[in-house]
Design a protein around this ligand. Structure first.
Ligand code: SAM
Ligand code: SF4
Ligand code: F3S
Length: 444
């Protein structure tokens, strides 16, 4: 109680970069700080504590952090009591941690992805110590029952598996998030049951590769079995998940998606490239033929499925012919949308060491061509939805147009007119118009 009183007026500013994992970790950080009596502010100048939850997947978000925290130096000089902290994926790499400590001397607190639950104690220490740095390489234990302040009232992220064992040759995540660790099914189910009781309608199950869920548990449970458990026993209305590695996408999971009514018809299945040569160098463990066959099997089982993907251009050694294969693959699969990335060499990963790096101009030209083709395909996918009646989960009113905004089961945004009372409900909407990124409709 004492703690709460002393911190009553304190404000924190939290900046989150990176993937849904980090967004969800930030919900825990907000939960912990709120319990300590802190109040969140959107204005860093008002804050007593400024915290950056960082991402290392590409160079750009890292550069942003050095720039933004660098420019906080003045604020710290004016207010020496201000606490500036960095957490998340950047400090998990030794070289980056050293760089943070050296180039950002006004940073008081550094912790990593494995010890967020230690934040209250670290904040105590920072009151008396010059600088508090606590980063764990990995952890055996999963901290359960942490406070969570969720960003949305109806949709929730739920971790099912932490870490990654795959070591794709370009990727830093296995180094920042440690080895795969599954949560126990009973803990996941209890969390989702509680969410349903509190009025939540939708969960997104999170993992770098949910397809290997449960392999490390003493009582083995597959991801398909976990989905069935949540479908049958949690009371939640919609189930989503991300991400699936193609190499681990089993028939059992395809069948579960086809048969479990609450599991939505959307699958994010990152392919990265259409070139077998590059797939091999990426250490992805599948070929484009395998991927196309997998897509055919998925579509046969779940005809209405929306497939989305991640693509990287300019991986070391990628020739024009390799790149053409990526264009061919996306034209064949016809993803409803894709995240497209320019390869960014990450220190410590094998791909950064490869000799034949692709020049920046070539990378840029390729990504423009890729985006142009994918946008065309995305628009055609959206146009094909016109005339359909879709179940839409209503999220919010959009500021600009004053329309309701919601998501189809395939995770496409739909804008339509209606009463704000519908927010948080599932409604039927007739699709009347298509744009590349969203649909328009009328209540059916
Ligand atoms: N575990 C997920 C997976 O396997 O797809 C997500 C990994 S990462 C957070 C999301 C995407 O970032 C990857 O699918 C990949 O396309 C991209 N990515 C990862 N490392 C990259 C790098 N060094 N350069 C460019 N893009 C990268
Ligand atoms: Fe990175 Fe590959 Fe793991 Fe995804 S599966 S997080 S791309 S190493
Ligand atoms: Fe970035 Fe870490 Fe996620 S590196 S993409 S925040 S796991």
């Amino acid at each position: 109680m004492n703690h709460l009183n002393t911190n009553l007026q304190r404000k924190f500013y939290l900046k989150t970069l990176g993937c849904q994992m980090n967004e969800h970790d930030s919900e825990i950080i907000v939960g912990i700080l709120t319990n300590l009596g802190y109040q969140q502010t959107e204005d860093h100048k008002q804050a007593d504590l400024i915290l950056y939850n960082t991402c290392s997947v590409r160079e750009n978000p890292e550069r942003k952090v050095y720039g933004q925290i660098g420019s906080l130096r003045m604020q710290k000089e004016q207010n020496p009591d201000l606490i500036i902290g960095i957490c998340g994926c950047m400090p998990q790499q030794k070289a980056e941690l050293d760089k943070i400590l050296e180039t950002l001397p006004h940073v008081d607190l550094v912790f990593g992805t494995h010890n967020i639950h230690r934040l209250p104690e670290l904040l105590e220490r920072v009151q008396t110590e010059e600088r508090v740095v606590e980063v764990w390489d990995d952890t055996e234990e999963i901290a359960e029952e942490l406070p969570i302040r969720r960003a949305n009232r109806f949709k929730a992220y739920v971790n099912v598996i932490y870490g990654c064992n795959n070591f794709c040759s370009y990727c830093v995540v296995p180094y920042t998030r440690g080895r795969e660790k599954s949560r126990r099914p009973q803990d996941i189910l209890a969390e989702i049951k509680q969410l349903a009781d509190e009025g939540y309608k939708e969960v997104t199950l999170l993992g770098q590769n949910v397809n290997t869920y449960g392999a490390d548990l003493s009582q083995k449970t597959s991801f398909a079995e976990l989905l069935a458990l949540i479908n049958d026993h949690s009371g939640i209305e919609r189930i989503r998940f991300t991400t699936s590695h193609p190499k681990d996408m089993q028939e059992e999971l395809i069948a579960a998606m086809a048969h479990l009514p609450k599991v939505c018809e959307h699958l994010h299945l990152p392919v990265q490239t259409g070139s077998d040569r590059i797939l091999k160098r990426m250490n992805r463990h599948y070929t484009s033929a395998y991927y196309l066959d997998l897509v055919a099997r998925i579509r046969e089982a779940i005809p209405d499925i929306s497939l989305t993907t991640d693509l990287i251009v300019g991986f070391p050694g990628e020739t024009d012919t390799d790149f053409e294969k990526t264009l061919e693959l996306i034209a064949k699969v016809r993803f409803s949308s894709a995240f497209t990335f320019i390869f960014s060499p990450r220190p410590g990963t094998p791909a950064a060491q490869m000799g034949d790096q692709v020049p920046d101009e070539v990378k840029k030209e390729r990504i423009y061509r890729l985006i142009e083709l994918q946008n065309q395909i995305s628009l055609e996918y959206m146009q094909a939805q016109v005339g359909k009646i879709e179940e839409v989960f209503v999220d919010e009113i959009t500021g600009k147009t004053n329309k309701l905004s919601g998501r189809t089961r395939t995770n496409k945004q739909v804008l339509f007119s209606g009463s704000p009372d519908l927010i948080g409900r599932l409604v039927q909407v007739k699709i009347t118009e298509a744009k590349t990124w969203s649909l328009r409709g009328v209540l059916a």
